[in-house]
Design a protein around this ligand. Structure first.
Ligand code: NAD
Ligand code: DAU
Length: 341
């Protein structure tokens, strides 16, 4: 595995992963294959394109386009697919589920079919703790039943099951990682931590859904990338591995850390109408990945503080997004009525 196609590599986690891998493995070659939806941005990779010229290429394409996927794999003689490409925001999946089914399920099938046809060495699927559904007690282990509750989570579950079906049916060399909430540089400011950090910088309200007592495991994105790297190199074929800190906190606790890091008042917190079907808690057991020698390097609190500082220091990245028409239209649809109530 030295020539990787990283699908969705212009998005948040994918771009961090590409930078991490090219820095760590001087003999690796990576092609980012990305449709460049609203969440995919070449700015996320602008340093990569210059620092790693000769070991990095970018192809704009849809994972649902089997002809372009196969041509890219052949043109660059790639041996591995790491699939980050997905529609990823739960709130958007409640507005229009169709694109989630198309990319997260059908797109995964297209990539699997190409991997099978071309006899690739590995297909790795980036999945999520949301496939287990909400976990009110204990922690999810990889063999638990999947009980997704949102259209996003259901689509990701469809993708996971298709990956495992290709392993069971044809012995395709697959692995899956299921990550908890990632935070860090280049996360589109619709997800809660970058949204709250950038709103707080501008003294705008932080819209906390419902009572804010939902629990999430906020992990630093590079800890997740390191976990994926460990599974790619030491994971067992056909297996699933959870990746997270193995601890969690409430959204209100997270919000208070965001505010404290920026020195902003609690009066910015505004409780608003809850998300439909809002999962109360996710909690992963990460001992299987730990047994491969991986350890998270940041606690949830450290990850939040570090992330908030990045947004405070990198307004060049997020201001153009937030002031754009696309973002403003989304923000009005998602929060207009909520914040007015
Ligand atoms: P993101 O929304 O920031 O990026 C998604 C990327 O996929 C974008 O670059 C987008 O352009 C691309 N894309 C979307 N549809 C495509 C298509 N049809 N063809 C090609 N490219 C397409 O997402 P992210 O937060 O970086 O998440 C990456 C992956 O990790 C996803 O599979 C997601 O389900 C999973 N995941 C995310 C988190 C998290 O907290 N963000 C946690 C666990 C798992
Ligand atoms: O758990 C992994 C998942 O984490 C990934 O698979 C998803 O791609 C990623 O989007 C994320 O999903 P969440 O729904 O957990 O993340 P989000 O940032 O949207 O919300 C985190 C929590 O904050 C959740 O309980 C909802 C709440 N929230 C979110 C927003 C956007 C608010 O209270 N207010 C908000 O405005």
């Amino acid at each position: 595995m030295q020539r990787l196609m990283v699908t969705g590599g212009a998005g948040f986690i994918g771009s961090n992963f590409v930078r991490y891998m090219l820095e760590k493995y001087p003999d690796y070659f990576i092609v980012v294959y990305d449709k460049l939806t609203y969440a995919g941005r070449l700015e996320n990779l602008q340093d990569v394109a210059t620092r790693f010229a000769g070991r990095y290429a970018f192809v704009q394409g849809d994972i649902c386009d089997s002809v372009k996927v196969e041509a890219t794999l052949k043109d660059y003689a790639l041996d591995t697919i790491v699939n980050f490409a997905a529609e990823t925001h739960v709130d958007r999946s409640l507005m229009e589920p169709g694109s989630f089914i198309q990319t997260d399920v059908f797109g995964t099938y297209v990539l699997l079919e190409a991997a099978k046809k071309l006899g690739l060495e590995r297909y790795h699927q980036i999945s999520t703790d949301e496939v287990y559904g909400q976990v009110l007690e204990n922690r999810s282990v990889e063999t638990d039943n999947l009980k997704p509750r949102s259209p996003y989570a259901a689509s990701k579950t469809g993708g996971d099951l298709m990956v495992l079906a290709y392993y069971e049916s044809w012995g395709l060399p697959v692995t899956i990682t299921r990550g908890s909430n990632n935070i860090g540089p280049y996360q589109y400011p619709e997800k809660v931590v970058p949204l709250f950090a950038t709103n707080a910088i501008d003294d705008q309200p932080l819209p906390v859904y419902g009572d804010g007592l939902q629990m999430r495991d906020y992990q630093y994105v590079l800890d997740h990338c390191e976990g994926i790297d460990v599974v790619l190199h030491k994971g067992k074929i056909g297996e699933v591995y959870n990746v997270g800190t193995g601890s969690e906190m409430t959204n209100l606790e997270m919000t208070k850390i965001v505010l404290a890091t920026l020195g902003k008042p609690a009066s910015l917190i505004k409780h608003v109408e809850d998300r439909a079907g809002h999962d109360r808690r996710y909690a992963l057991d990460v001992s299987k990945l730990r047994s491969l020698g991986w350890e998270p390097r940041h606690t949830c609190a450290e990850a939040i503080e570090k992330t908030v500082r990045w947004y405070a220091e990198n307004e060049w990245w997020w201001r153009p997004i937030k002031s754009g028409e696309l973002y403003q239209t989304y923000y009005a649809a998602q929060y207009g009525k909520r914040l007015a109530q």
